[in-house]
Design a protein around this ligand. Structure first.
Ligand code: KIV
Length: 272
C-alpha cells in the first residue's frame, strides 16, 4: 500500500528562524488576490506578502502612500481564502500607525478582518516602539527598513540606502535594535550587497532582502515585477521570471528554485 506524503508543515515565524539556522533560503512573493496566492501556494512559496505595493501595481498610483487600511483588508482577505502553507504577512499602510495605539488597533484589524498572520511595518529608528508593542501583544512582526517606500516624498525618491559608511553602520545598528525590540523577521530594501550581508550576520532573526544582495536569508519580489508586467522601468534587483517560462506557475516555481539554490539574485541584481 502506498503511503501519502505528510502535508508540508505550516510556515511560521519560528520556522523561518529555523530555516536561517539551517542555511535554507526563504522564498517570498507579494500577492493581492486568491488566484495568484493559490498558484504560489501550489509552487511551495514560504511567505506571501499582501504588500501596500498594491497601490502601485493594482491601483495604478505612483507610490504606496494612497493605500488605506480598507484596501489592505480587502486584498488580505482575498489572499487568505487561497493560502495553504505559506505565512501570510500584510503591511500596515502609510499613517496607520502614527501612535503605538493606532498601530495596535490597525494590526488587530489586519489580523481579525484580513486574516493576516504576521504584520509588516516600515520603520525609522524612532518607530521601534511599534515593533516592541506588537511583539509584547503576541503579534508576529516583520520590521521593514533600509529604503522605506512610504517615506518616498520625504527622502526624495526610490534610492539605494546605506551607501556611505556611517549610514551603513546605522542600518546594522538598527537591525540589532529591531531584533532586541522583538522583531521576528527583518526586511531590508535597496542596500548594497555588503550592507545586506552585514545586517544578516548581525542578527539571529531571519532577514529577507529586496535589492539587498545575495547574502540575506531570503528574497522577496513584487509579483508584477517577476511577471514582467509592471509599468515603468524594472528595478535593477528584479528579474522577469516569466521570460523563458511556459506559464505563470512555472515562473513562480523558477523564482522559488532560484532563490533556494542561490541562482537568484545574480551579480547583475546587486547594488555596490
Ligand atoms: O509592499 C510591498 O510589496 C513591499 C515589498 C516591496 C517588500 O513592501
Amino acid at each position: 500500500m502506498s503511503e501519502k506524503a505528510p502535508p508540508a508543515p505550516q510556515v511560521t515565524a519560528a520556522r523561518l528562524r529555523d530555516m536561517k539556522t539551517r542555511g535554507e533560503k526563504i522564498a517570498c512573493l507579494t500577492a493581492y488576490d486568491a488566484t495568484f496566492a493559490r498558484i504560489m501556494g501550489d509552487a511551495g512559496i514560504d511567505v506571501i506578502l499582501v504588500g501596500d505595493s498594491l497601490g502601485m501595481v493594482i491601483q495604478g498610483h505612483d507610490t504606496t502612500v494612497p493605500v488605506h487600511m480598507n484596501d489592505m483588508i480587502y486584498h488580505c482577505r482575498s489572499v487568505a481564502r487561497a493560502r495553504t502553507r505559506a505565512l501570510l504577512m500584510a503591511d500596515l499602510p502609510f499613517m496607520s500607525y502614527t501612535t503605538v495605539e493606532e498601530g495596535l488597533r490597525n494590526s488587530a484589524r489586519l489580523m481579525q478582518e484580513g486574516l493576516a498572520e504576521c504584520i509588516k511595518v516600515e520603520v525609522t529608528r524612532e518607530q521601534t516602539p511599534i515593533v516592541a508593542a506588537l511583539s509584547e501583544n503576541g503579534v508576529p512582526v516583520c520590521a521593514h527598513f533600509g529604503l522605506t517606500p512610504q517615506t518616498v516624498h520625504k527622502i526624495g525618491g526610490f534610492r539605494v540606502q546605506g551607501r556611505d559608511r556611517s549610514q551603513a553602520m546605522g542600518l546594522v545598528a538598527q537591525a540589532r535594535e529591531l531584533e532586541q525590540a522583538g522583531a521576528d523577521i527583518l526586511l531590508v530594501e535597496c542596500v548594497p550587497g555588503e550592507v545586506g550581508r552585514n545586517i544578516t550576520e548581525a542578527v539571529d532573526a531571519p532577514v529577507i532582502g529586496i535589492g539587498a544582495g545575495d547574502a540575506t536569508d531570503g528574497q522577496i519580489l513584487v509579483l508584477h515585477d517577476i511577471l514582467g508586467v509592471s509599468s515603468g522601468k524594472r528595478p535593477k534587483f528584479s528579474r522577469d521570471f516569466l521570460a523563458g517560462s511556459a506559464s505563470v506557475s512555472e515562473a513562480v516555481r523558477t523564482f522559488i528554485e532560484d532563490v533556494r539554490s542561490g541562482r537568484y539574485p545574480g551579480p547583475e541584481h546587486i547594488y555596490t
